[in-house]
Design a protein around this ligand. Sequence first.
Ligand code: G1P
Length: 292
Amino acid sequence: MTGPIRKAVLPVGGLGTRFLPATKAIPKEMLPVVDKPLIQYGVEEARKAGIEEIIFVTSRGKSALEDHFDYHFELMKTLEARGKTAEMKLATAMSPAAGKISYTRQPEALGLGHAVWCARNLVGREPFAVILPDDLVLHPEGCLAQLVAAYEQVGGNLVAVEDVPREHTNRYGILDVVEDDGRLAKAKGLVEKPDPKDAPSTLSIIGRYILQPEIFDELDRQDKGAGGEIQLTDAMARTIGSQPFHGLRFEGRRYDCGNKAGFLEANIAYALERDDLRETARDIIRRYGATS
Ligand code: G1P
């Protein structure tokens, strides 16, 4: 019933204004959580989910992202001459093979729906994944692999969801739920960033999607929605009726690295996961916890 999900689109065109001045000259997706840039977590998660091709939708000033996934000849030669094999592995282990990574530009910041639409020719007519690298999910298999497994069960369009406090519904896409078994919620509608008093539920979309290619037909309309932007949520909402739409409550903890508090928390949480840093991180937390 469902074909494999081979391609993932990663929109990385945003200006990152919430992280100025850090993001004046470097893309926000290059900000590290502990010692790895946000974007690398996204690509690693895609590969754990069986994704073969990575498609970045970039913009001006994002060339550091392309360099990050390139082979750095000079660095590799220097590390090799110094016998630094562990570092060599870190610098190459996850780069997608030649021809398996593509870049296309979003010429204007017209919204997430528009960014995904910019990838339409690279995706073609097959189901695909979308990963928003601002959202990190701490789980051994990652979030997308869970979504792919659920997709094999239900098909159609599928997003990762989590319950949020009602006062936060205006930050996310929200599901209008028709059936809910506690793990998979079937939606009859979607609303982008509703006011808490109008929100049809508190089940919010996080940045992991599996979409059918018909989404591009909806995005072709270029209709503007919340905030005057071309919204992916609105295009997905219009497919409901002709295609099933589900939200998966994933396992693992999500960190919204699009804001400073989420980014800070992710750094602490990911440091605590690391064998080489856990004790140091605990010690720091104890010390600051005691003085605050
Ligand atoms: C986007 C989507 C929204 C989704 C969110 C997840 O919003 O438009 O539906 O809930 O990502 O992070 P943004 O964070 O770009 O404002």
